[in-house]
Design a protein around this ligand. Sequence first.
Ligand code: HEM
Length: 146
Amino acid sequence: SFSEAEVQSARGAWEKIYVDAEDNGTTVLVRMFTEHPDTKSYFSHFKGMDSAEEMKQSDQIRGHGKRVFTAINDMVQHLDNSEAFLGIVNPLGKKHATQLKIDPKNFRVICDIILQLMEEKFGGDCKASFEKVTNEICTHLNNVYK
Ligand code: HEM
């Protein structure tokens, strides 16, 4: 669980990247698809997945980037209440496990890209403040598979 100070600094770090949720969410997805091309297989129904330039312009990827960031934002609002946090992360994990059949190793992949982008744009303290949140998200998403 998170101390009050950890909650505050994690929220401060997240706000910086969430201000531009669609742009930053899109950057994260395009990096995941480019650096880990196997992740594209889950999105075979998305058009324009052949190059990073195409992907950045894709309304489908932009919309999905926004959706992923909105879900993380909902989790970040409930770091101080584990029941509410799990109420968001468990159904999302269940959907990824049973319906979407996502290999759970990819949760760490996308979280590490988010942390990397935070460090690039806002520095090491921003990244450090958010690491525990990504660990919590990955732990609970992975637990759904057990
Ligand atoms: C759908 C969030 C990781 C693949 C979704 C949705 C959300 C979401 C909110 C929409 C769910 C709905 O429609 O009810 C997240 C979060 C993640 C994460 C917060 C990690 C922090 C991943 C990863 C992959 C993935 C790592 C695959 C590599 C998908 C796919 C869909 C989806 C294929 C359906 C997309 C569509 O057809 O529109 N995700 N996701 N997700 N997610 Fe994730």
